[in-house]
Design a protein around this ligand. Structure first.
Ligand code: SF4
Length: 286
């Protein structure tokens, strides 16, 4: 909804729908659920109505209901914004089946009309996304629209990255957050499945769950592999080390210990080991 955001890899969020449902282990602590619940109870009716019915409370736990509320009056606001990076549909998933196709079409028309921005799509439904983008942009996705998937480990990568690789886009990217297991980045970069990866450990959200460990060896391996493929345009952005970062010499963390950081999401890079301080933006062909 707003332009400002605390998300380090973007400049603004563009909320054009609310609602979703959990589809992967990475969704366990979905921060958007708590946020949507609060907004649904906002005393300002104009705000509350956009979120009403999207979240339910069962016992002490919140979850999505599966209802998606398109927010039509937000569609055109980006036309007036100064040029910036914009995270699209941060309170839903742009390729959720519950979002009507005609509404999605309107959103993509706005994006196509605004090449002064960089639009960052992020989905856990790239199978739907690949079909849609192929239909909407038969000659390829314009270079100012970056197509991303969210994964937590190699199991997710195997499901999503081969499909992402089929999308005709200059920037195909991956949000590896919360990173919950090792990923074989060498293979995915070799296959040119993606060329920008944002990595992060899990935050402590206002849910009943404890943050899961983030072995910072996984980030180190990603950084090292990305360097090997730099000439292909591969770049990395280390977002945060999460609330439970483990310093370990091996990928299984068997001999690791927890790093004690003051920043609650491990997002202050002054506290990080020096070799992890890598924040590159996506490389765009000129
Ligand atoms: S896909 Fe994204 S918005 Fe939807 S439940 Fe998962 S984390 Fe939340």
């Amino acid at each position: 909804m707003s332009q400002g955001t605390h998300i380090q890899w973007t400049d603004a969020t563009w909320v054009i729908a609310a609602g979703c449902n959990k589809v992967s282990k990475a969704c366990r602590d979905c921060w958007a659920i708590v946020h949507a619940w609060r907004l649904a109870h906002n005393p300002n009716e104009k705000i509350a109505r956009n979120y009403r019915g999207t979240v339910m409370k069962v016992g002490d736990k919140l979850n999505w209901t599966g209802k998606i509320n398109p927010i039509e009056d937000r569609l055109n606001v980006v036309r007036k914004w100064k040029p910036q990076r914009i995270f699209v549909d941060s309170m839903s998933d742009i390729f959720h089946k519950g979002l009507p196709d005609d509404f999605r079409d309107m959103a993509f028309h706005v994006m196509a009309d605004c090449p002064h921005h960089t639009f960052q799509l992020l989905t856990k439904r790239i199978d739907e996304g690949e079909r849609y983008l192929q239909r909407f942009f038969p000659d390829g996705v314009p270079s100012h629209i970056h197509v991303g998937v969210s994964i937590a480990d190699e199991e997710d990568a195997v499901k999503q990255l081969p499909i992402l690789a089929q999308v005709k886009a200059d920037v195909r990217w991956v949000s590896y957050e919360p990173a919950l297991g090792r990923v074989n980045w060498h293979e995915w970069f070799r296959r040119q499945a993606c060329n920008w990866v944002v990595v992060g450990g899990e935050s402590r959200n206002q849910t009943a769950f404890e943050p899961r460990p983030f072995n910072i060896w996984w980030a180190r391996e990603l950084i090292n592999e990305a360097r090997l493929f730099r000439s292909l345009g591969v770049r990395v952005f280390v977002k945060q080390l999460g609330a439970c970062p483990i310093e370990a010499p091996r990928h299984d963390g068997a001999t690791g210990y927890q790093l004690k950081l003051k920043h609650k999401a491990g997002g202050n890079w002054d506290e990080w080991p020096e070799d992890l301080r890598v924040r590159e933006i996506a490389y765009e062909k000129q």
